[in-house]
Ligand binder design. Structure first.
Ligand code: FNR
Length: 368
């Protein structure tokens, strides 16, 4: 029998339930990583190489978890990152995540390859709720321009251009469980080049432009007033180049280990990037986000101590939504809030602006 929701005590518990109750093809698509899944596993275990240096006697009676991301005040420093094909796990799809994000005052990033239409996800928004758009760039730039302009018109507050997927990674679990219908609003680049024998991911991604390059960035900056963030940056040189190109942020990410296997974890890259940006006097020029393997509030706290503005979380909310619907997403977010409040108290910080590298021992990170 399936555990009741109240028996889920942390984000990993939702994964264990989802694995048992989800359709095989859906589980394969959500849970798979590229090749041998080394990077996917490393994403979470990299956090195990970072230890705390808590301080004492700080009056931690009241804890304020709120912060600001790209100008939006949020209640806790995580956002729901873009994950394609929400209806594989829940018949209502991405709007379940919209409602959960609303309840907890966190931002949702809408995927290009959502199962619900973009407008359905925007229409599910309530009050002054904030959403961002994740963009896969179409070979046909007219289509891309229309999508970007429409998102801005509908009130999206950030444009996250995915730059780590010029070709979709090989996710063998997904390829083995051939899918038939994913109900996504699949874009095309002209011609019917959808090949369903390669798994869900590859079938829906053939429109993505592998020729995208740095010289395209000014064009994106010219077609929108939304802040532009490059999602999938993996080295300090590219962060510096992103700043020079005039974008507003980067996500240090390896796409949840679904693209290049043996890419380093986002948090490891963050530990390399921040000291270098400080050395160059560039640390306040750009907002740095991290995603991949964030499962505990201690992971969030570590990323913030290293200098991240906020973190993205993907699979845990998909699993919570697939296993329990909105109450699952609600509980997953509440568990993170409770964990974070407790751990902030235990390291001696009452607000996120107090977090800094002095709270960490990262010596194990640099030893391989
Ligand atoms: C993703 N991710 C992703 N990223 C993106 O830019 N566009 C996309 O369409 C998708 N789709 C997608 C589907 C699924 C099922 C997963 C698990 C992930 C990557 C996502 O935004 C993020 O980088 C990772 O999911 C973060 O890692 P965790 O939190 O899942 O470990």
């Amino acid at each position: 029998t399936m555990p009741i929701l109240e028996q889920c005590y942390n984000l990993m518990d939702f994964e264990a339930v989802a694995r048992r109750v989800m359709k095989k093809t859906a589980w394969a698509y959500y849970s798979s990583g590229a090749d041998d899944e080394i990077t996917m596993r490393e994403n979470h275990s990299a956090f195990h190489k970072i230890w705390f240096r808590p301080r004492i006697l700080q009056n931690v009676e009241n804890i304020d978890l709120s912060t600001t991301m790209l100008g939006t005040k949020v209640s806790i420093p995580f956002y729901v990152t873009a994950t394609a094909l929400g209806k594989l796990g829940n018949p209502e799809g991405e709007i379940v995540l919209t409602r959960g994000a609303r309840k907890h005052n966190v931002i949702q990033m809408i995927p290009t390859l959502a199962s619900c239409s973009f407008d359905e996800i925007v229409d599910a928004r309530e009050g002054n709720q904030v959403q961002w758009l994740q963009l896969y760039v179409n070979k046909n730039r007219d289509i891309t321009k229309r999508i970007v302009e429409h998102a801005e018109k509908r009130g999206c507050k950030g444009l996250f251009i995915t730059v780590d997927a010029p070709q979709l990674g090989r996710r063998e679990k997904d390829m083995r469980s051939k899918f038939s219908d994913v109900g996504s609003n699949v874009q095309s680049s002209g011609g019917d080049d959808v090949d369903r024998s390669q798994g869900a991911a590859r079938a829906i991604s053939s429109f993505i432009d592998p020729a995208l390059q740095w010289t395209d960035i000014p064009w994106f900056l010219s077609i929108t007033k939304m802040p532009i963030i490059l999602k999938g940056v993996q080295r300090v040189e590219d962060v510096v180049r992103a700043i020079a190109a005039g974008v507003h942020g980067v996500v240090l990410s390896n796409h949840g280990g679904r693209q290049l296997d043996f890419a380093r974890s986002g948090v490891e890259v963050l530990a390399e990037v921040m000291p270098e940006l400080r050395r160059l006097g560039l640390e306040n020029r750009i907002e740095i986000f991290v995603d991949g393997g964030i499962r505990r509030a201690t992971d969030i706290i570590k990323a913030l101590c290293l200098g991240a503005t906020g973190v993205g979380i993907g699979r845990p909310f998909l699993y919570a939504m697939s296993a329990y619907g909105l109450p699952g997403v609600d509980r997953a977010m509440q568990l993170l809030k409770d964990e974070m409040e407790m751990n902030m108290r235990l390291i001696g910080c009452s607000s996120v602006d107090q977090l800094g590298p002095e709270f960490l021992d990262t010596r194990a990170l640099s030893m391989h």
